[in-house]
Design a protein around this ligand. Sequence first.
Ligand code: UT7
Length: 327
Amino acid sequence: MAKNQIGILGAGAYLPERVLTNKDLEKIVNTADEWIMERTGIRERRIAAPEEDIATMGADASRQALENAGIEPDRLSYIILSTNSSPYLYPAAAIRVQEALGLNGKLAAFDLQAGCCGFNYALHVAERLVAQEGKYALVIGSDTNSRWSNWTDRSTCILFGDGAGAVVIGPSEQGRLKESFIASSLNMKLYCETEFNREVSPFLPHQTHTQRHYIYMDGPEVFKFAVGAVKESLRRILEMAGITREDIDYLIIHQANWRILDAGARFAKVPMEKLIVNVDKYGNTSAASVPIALHEALQEGKIQRGDNVLLISFGAGATWGAALVEW
Ligand code: UT7
């Protein structure tokens, strides 16, 4: 079957209303607005309401992406939702999004877990599915990190926020997905165990009390990995596409920490005004961070037809990857 040229037709995002500022955090843990700003560039982040979760946020972002793409939901063949904070091991949150869009039984929906690089992974997989079949797919990143954060651990809880972003991809000359790659390598410096009934299983050593599981991160080690992953991703995607750093018009890097974005932009030799930054407003929204940033850059009219937009992310796993989009 001939391979179709696939492009991003539209993007959307959902950010919960509740804002948690650094000043608010000073009342929860022993931290300071100045420390957080200096080390991370984060000023505030969003916290999902009790009735919201990755599926409700993902559905809201998807409706907006479909509207911006001008694609009716019934033209979709796949929904891939990348997340690291699912409230259910099953069913997949993507199927809950499918249901919310009125598409029960009409397509295949599944979740994908690849740390904060999840959106790049989902985009890479979705592009390959629809390129063969000439169909449309929703690619979503959605995370509620606030529910897996240890709110007594100042070294991690200040970093994360909740949110969702989505794109619609399909046969198109607009937003052309020119090249992408994804990669991984085991790294236990950032992990989160799932809760399960260890204390009642007859097949595991007896545990007298349950211990809740939270995001664990060795910040400085992950920081070093992240900067290296951004540089490696840049080198590799430019080589794959046969372009130079000068050809990059916009750089969207996973919004984990301003210092990582700054190091990436310097290495790419991209002027600061071509670096998309919203980590100050939303913190690290994991798999949602790249599509939220892409959506905002499009809404603000920054990205113009013909621009080369580079999407780079990295995360727990470890995972990393990049996609080059010609708008
Ligand atoms: O999306 C997943 C990828 N994750 C990341 O990319 C995160 C990468 N890592 C980072 O962004 C940084 O490592 C952090 C922002 C997490 C930490 O910054 P750092 O410059 O690496 O600080 P550190 O961990 O080396 O800690 C320095 C000091 C320590 O105090 P002492 O031992 O020097 O007295 C910490 O206890 O800062 C202290 N500290 C804090 N102080 C005030 C740690 N967290 C805080 C805090 N407020 N929230």
